[in-house]
Design a protein around this ligand. Structure first.
Ligand SMILES: Cc1cc2nc3c(=O)[nH]c(=O)nc-3n(C[C@H](O)[C@H](O)[C@H](O)COP(=O)(O)OP(=O)(O)OC[C@H]3O[C@@H](n4cnc5c(N)ncnc54)[C@H](O)[C@@H]3O)c2cc1C
Length: 458
């Protein structure tokens, strides 16, 4: 480990900055989305171009440092100790190139979804973004990427058509299905373990408009809403993606006024189809009589804010599970531990219906080809002090226990604490990932948010 290096040599070689604990803006630069994470790498390089990334990787290698690629810091929690790590933060790589005719987009690795989806929408196109416009396209894509159109088009990572990166030996490359296909395969699911991505290219889909929105029900009606939604889910077509949530919105300015400080059971959905078909599919839920109903025919851009995710950093504690099924008993158990009268401080318990394309393996897919299970659960609290952290943990544990009998594994993008990545893949995929790692990064310079160690030499 090298703590005495002031990184001046690296600064001299880069057009962009290298920020260290000695800099006055260190605390601002090192802050990540989850305010409970005290993110303290040896230094943070902010490359402006590919040459800067090459310089940063070469410098790290020469000084026995590891390299952790990062874009927005939305999933910094799993990285663990970074004492011996140079973070290569690509936030300044901001190019955007949209080829509407080819339905292809190429973006710099620092670009967030919010900069691309409104432009695509104007062109009658939709991308496979998720709930938050503030998330980085590269990190989201390298981990999987499950959004509003996932049951129809699958994970975003399998719509990626090319990746530009600097490999662990400081070599710039553009990889795709024809060029270095093993590396291209491993990157699509292997997150930051295989190189610092500088740009990413992906397919987008025609969508002039969708039928989408949310129904808000009084929190007291959580049980009947979740039961109705769970029973309805297996009947819905792949074009219909819906999420059911128990939400207790905090009373903070980041939350939209009509829901701020209030609690609801909510069903949100996006349907790639007509209003009349969408209405027919939603009838059992609408018959319950929502207190607010925002469903309408909207352009794809409207999906950006549909989930009402926060954009500003927050203290977050969370848990997640993929679920094989969501029987009536699971709904009852969840509502009893996190619903009305439970005393739960959790801000959100979310269930997304999966299945459809998320469960179909295409031969061209990357390492994250599919996700196991029919539903994914994600729950979070926003603890502000030690007492609320303890209470949040207690209720997150109770949510875990409620769904444990149906657990089918984890979706890595939703895992926000250190975890053994072996559990995220089947045995063959894990072995192949480790082989590709041994080929491209045998000394394990690159540190992804979930560690994939190189295969041992025989
Ligand atoms: C509010 C919120 C909403 C979310 N909603 C969804 C959702 O709907 N669907 C979903 O699938 N996920 C969702 N996520 C999870 C999100 O996809 C992951 O947190 C993802 O890792 C974020 O990527 P990032 O680049 O923004 O974050 P970062 O923390 O910057 O990156 C996460 C990891 O990605 C890798 N990485 C990032 N940039 C690079 C690069 N240039 N080169 C190589 N590796 C890189 C690294 O391993 C890094 O540790 C959400 C997260 C939040 C906080």
């Amino acid at each position: 480990m090298l703590t005495t290096t002031p990184f001046t040599d690296l600064s001299a070689q880069m057009t962009g900055r290298v920020v260290t604990p000695a800099d006055p803006d260190w605390d601002g630069i090192r802050q990540v989305f989850n305010l409970t994470v005290d993110f303290r790498p040896a230094a943070i390089a902010l490359p402006r171009d590919v040459d800067d990334v090459v310089a940063a990787i070469e410098y790290a290698r020469a000084n026995d440092l590891r390299v952790a690629p990062q874009a927005t810091g939305h999933n910094a929690g799993p990285l663990g100790s970074l004492d011996d790590t140079l973070v290569v933060d690509v936030r300044e790589l901001q190019e955007i190139d949209i080829d509407a005719d080819a339905r292809r987009v190429r973006v710099g690795a620092g670009v967030k979804w919010e900069r691309v989806t409104p432009q695509l929408s104007e062109l009658g196109l939709a991308a496979l973004h998720g709930s938050s416009p503030d998330v980085g396209i590269a990190g989201y894509s390298l981990g999987g990427g499950m959004g509003w159109l996932a049951r129809k088009y699958g994970l975003q990572t399998n719509s990626v058509t090319a990746i530009e990166l600097v490999t662990a030996d400081g070599r710039p490359a553009r990889v795709d299905a024809e060029h270095e296909p093993d590396l291209f395969w491993a990157l699509r699911g292997g997150n930051g373990n295989f190189g610092v991505v500088t740009a990413i290219e992906f397919a987008v889909y025609p969508a002039e408009e969708l039928y989408a929105g949310a129904m808000f029900f009084p929190f007291e009606r959580s049980a009947e809403v979740l039961h109705t939604w769970a029973e309805l889910s297996p009947t819905l077509p792949d074009e219909f993606m819906s999420w059911a949530k128990l939400m207790q919105f905090p009373d903070i300015p980041d939350v939209p006024e009509p829901v701020r400080g209030r609690s609801f059971a909510i069903v949100m959905a996006a349907f790639l189809g007509s209003e009349s078909e969408g209405q027919a599919l939603l009838r059992p839920l609408r018959d319950l009589g929502p207190a607010m109903d925002t469903f309408a025919v909207v352009p794809p851009a409207a999906l950006g804010d549909l989930a009402m995710d926060p954009n500003d950093p927050l203290p977050i504690a969370s848990t997640t599970s993929l679920l094989d099924e969501l029987p009536s008993a699971a709904v009852d158990e969840l509502v009893s531990v996190a619903g009305p009268g439970s005393g739960s401080p959790l801000v959100m318990v979310e269930l997304r219906q999966m299945g459809g394309a998320l469960g179909r393996r295409s031969p061209e897919a990357g390492a994250r080809a599919t996700l196991a299970g029919e539903f994914v659960m994600f729950a979070l609290g926003v603890p502000t002090d030690e007492a609320s952290a303890a209470s949040t943990r207690k209720y997150l544990d109770a949510v875990d226990r409620a769904v444990r009998p149906y657990r089918a594994g984890d979706y890595p993008n939703f895992v926000e604490k250190p975890a053994d990545a072996r559990g995220f893949f089947d045995e063959d995929t894990w072995a192949r990932l480790r082989q590709v790692k041994a080929l491209y990064d045998p000394t394990d310079v690159l540190k992804g948010n979930f560690h994939i160690p190189p295969a041992e030499r025989i």
